[in-house]
Design a protein around this ligand. Sequence first.
Ligand code: ARG
Length: 290
Amino acid sequence: MVDLRVDPDSAQARRQQPRRYLMCRPEHFAVRYRINPWMDPTRPVDVALALRQWQRLHDTYLALGHQVELIPAAPGLPDMVFTANGGFVVDGVALGVSFRPEQRRPEAALFESWFKEHGYEFVAPREINEGEGDLLLVGDTILAGHGFRSSSASRAEVADVFGREVVPLRLIDPRYYHLDTALTVLDPVEGPGGVERANIAYLPQAFDDASRAVLAERYPDAVVVDATEGAFLGLNAISDGLNVVMSPHAVGFQAALRERGYRPVAVDLSEFIRSGGYIKCCTLELRRRP
Ligand code: ARG
């Protein structure tokens, strides 16, 4: 396995933060129904290839020094590999999920049990929300996507549960149906003295005008990614503050990140794009109590 751990002297500009992720091996991965425009059930996926690609992502996280927990895959739930939709976890509190598409609804109880068994304080959702697919923590603020999957009504609930500011963002392009397909959180959430940096990358065309204006105002230094880069789910990436695990195809986005001192780490998940998912979708961040 390649050692991707960072020599602290060579990484002065950006600092890597240790992370803990929840993943699910794609043993039962398939495209059997169509709940987003990427999915075509007439084209079977290559499960052996999917398993190899997923393993590479998993091993990359370990090589970067992160911890990975696994939730067992369940037969009959082909989308369970997309653990980002299994919850939203901050400070040891896990808000459960309630899926819009009925095909994914049985996953919610499995994630709920996992959180409870692993010492997280579980909060049952009242509104439809698809977890970290639509809820992203940037510094102290929670960005909440709605328009396709999570309900805009979940905003108040999320604010209540986590006691943080929640900024709603309306998604308008069906190809970017979850917030994490159109926006990447780049920076560490917190440093020893509180939030140090909170920056993002995003694809403007995925948002309505009002949301675009909010993003431009709040994140004047954001990496604004164009449509070619955003296609193939280039924004569905994971950053630890230094390393950005991302699509090998988003070369312009990679160059923009390099210029700013980040280190792109390419992992190809071509089999998963056929379900409308990529790197971030396969990864749920587990944030423990400080
Ligand atoms: N096929 C899955 C669905 O449509 C893909 C989920 C991708 N997850 C994500 N966090 N964007 O629900």
